[in-house]
Design a protein around this ligand. Sequence first.
Ligand code: SF4
Length: 402
Amino acid sequence: MPLEQPPLSLYIHIPWCLRKCPYCDFNSHEARGDVPESAYVDALVADFEASLPSVWGRRLQTIFIGGGTPSLFTPQAIDRLLTAVRTRIPVDPAAEITLEANPGTFEMERFRGYREAGVNRLSVGVQSFEDRALAAIGRVHGAGEARRALAAACAIFPRVNADLMYALPGQDMAHAIADVREAIALGVTHLSAYHLTLEPDTHFHRFPPQLPDDDAAADMQEGIEAALAAAGFGHYETSAFARPGERARHNVNYWTFGDYIGIGAGAHGKLTFSDRIVRERRARKPATYMQLANAGKAIDESHAVAAADLPFEFMLNALRLVDGFELALFTRRTGLAFAAIEQPLAAAQAQGLVERDHVAVRPTRKGQRFLNDLLALFLPASAAPPRRTIPLSISPTDTPRP
Ligand code: SF4
């Protein structure tokens, strides 16, 4: 059956940070001196222009400027970027436009400038409000800066997310919950709580810090969920909590297997055509990316997803949603009949990892906790088990984070 086109998002990757955090496996690079802001925006615009023929006639529902640390870029650069996007493709008048900011780059005027440029949702990388914990995970900011940045964000933007991390070195339950309560008190509309994990190719993987054990981390997760529920935040995805109506529409599009263009160094894209679903990836190194993007050749890898891989790819996203998904969505997004997942779904149900009826499938509490085991049931027979567990962060780069 011909595939229908799902909602379309745009992810824009800014690949620089003040300093590389020891747990981070994103495509982020330490900014040595000034970042080449203007040249990079030129490259992004050239890249976007080259991708337009693939999305002709479509409209953007959401834009997410992630990184790295996009708040290293001036409001003028973000304005030029968003204006360039708007003049090249229709953007829904109610589009969610998110920018990631770090407290270490916080300035009130900068936040106001982003808002004036059209950003209507700010996502602040707080991680913790405890100086000792922030130092232990190598963050460049302290608790005072985190508080000031989040308070300013909540005063300027109608919608604000705080990223927090738990199971940090030396952290206990009381501190983890205090972090969550403080973010709520400052006025966030959305909160993402990520379990610190030691990812391959990171400093922490080579030199692991002493972390709370799995049981302590699971207790913290439950405590965080309870504190957020008591404050009126719904838990709707593995790591995401929102006040009513405040879910991150950009990320929900990833999790419901929607489409996205991904521009910027190392960004990933996924696009649906009537007969295939294509994944593409841009060159990873910023200098190489800029050179190739300016020549209209930023994509260094592109392939049609094999039908055998689609069930796993769909589940990798949809089973992160606490409410799961409707079976009809699986067919609409992948073009495959229900028969393609009948067996693994029955196995997941027998193991108590999902519950289902004729309309919908949702992960049980056990399925949420052992998401990797659940996902492994949908791998094609020849595939190796997934390397990673639950991604540390969204973004578009792993998560759904492109
Ligand atoms: S965790 Fe965030 S701020 Fe730290 S290096 Fe990675 S992208 Fe940059």
